[in-house]
Write a protein that binds this ligand. Sequence first.
Ligand code: GAL
Length: 373
Amino acid sequence: MKHFLFLTFFIYCLSVNAQKQIYTDFYPGKLWFDTEGDIINAHGGGILYYEGTYYWFGEHKGEFSNAALVGVTCYSSKDLYNWTFERIVLPVSDDPNSPIVRGSVIERPKVIYNKKTDTFVMYFHLELKGEGYNAAHVGMAISKQAAGPYTLVRNSRVNAGKWPANLKEEQKKENPDDAWMLKKGWTPEWLKAVEDGLFVRHHFKEGQMSRDMTLYVDDDDKAYHIYASEDNATIQIAELTDDYQNYTGKYIRIFPATHNEAPTIFKKDGTYWMITSGCTGWKPNEARMFSAPSIWGPWIQHSNPCQGKDAELTFHTQGTYILPVHGQKNMFIFMADRWCPDNPIDGRYVWLPVLFENGIPVLKWVNKWHITE
Ligand code: GAL
């Protein structure tokens, strides 16, 4: 009997840990298990490199809903292939009055480290429970440890009472009389009005909308929040204060009224490259790419960086972050999600190397790859 119990326990352990494995390669689109053998649950994620360790923050997703039922997850790794679950770093709240109550929407969390205050700062897209995607808030949380836990500091729209640096004087009207135009979605006259600052004006007092987002820390330690604003019609780039916990008030709009989402950014040899998606919800579409000599522009558009089969659908994914590999000057990883809205937990991660052809970033599908010098 004793032997039988031991054998049963042994078989149970084997089956529970059946997926434990040591990775030496990336397998884009395949199930990816953490060091305990559980499937990694960190969607719409971003990565922080801090003192020799990478920290992957992402959305915990369940089987039936895309709403936040658990919170923001964090995994750590030394090699980018093998990830250890740290904890739920920003758990949803049970308090119905909390902005991050269970059932709110918490998407695309990103964390950066502030040297001046020795603090880790997380920004994420927040939608208030029961309000669909109308709140368009950014949430900000801080921690003294990379792997959390993080405390929510505030949630709001962006830069209330401030005009973008690249809005013309005649476009700045605090009490615009064209509110009726806001609902004329996607008609040519609406697109023209949006380009002309329709949403910027109407959201001037409460602040600009902020949905899909990323953060970027430049070589001079200045940090930026880059987000889909103006009801997803326009990407805005906003400078953060020295402690990264607020906005300086300086921000610009880029490519207004052209509907870019899922902004990702990196810098190589002094050029800033941004890869975004179009606006088709969970369905994949063709990536767009832009470059600029300064974060403030001028930004120019390039063709789709993806090449080969399914390039027009970004290989059935949508970008979430571009990771510079530590210690390697020219190695960047394009991190993307293959969303699965009917069973969100089954969304897959697709990480691809950013290749360069004549200095221009290119993305090509590979089934398996690893980082080489
Ligand atoms: C996508 C966006 C996701 C999520 C989704 C909701 O376009 O990139 O992060 O917000 O829409 O439909």
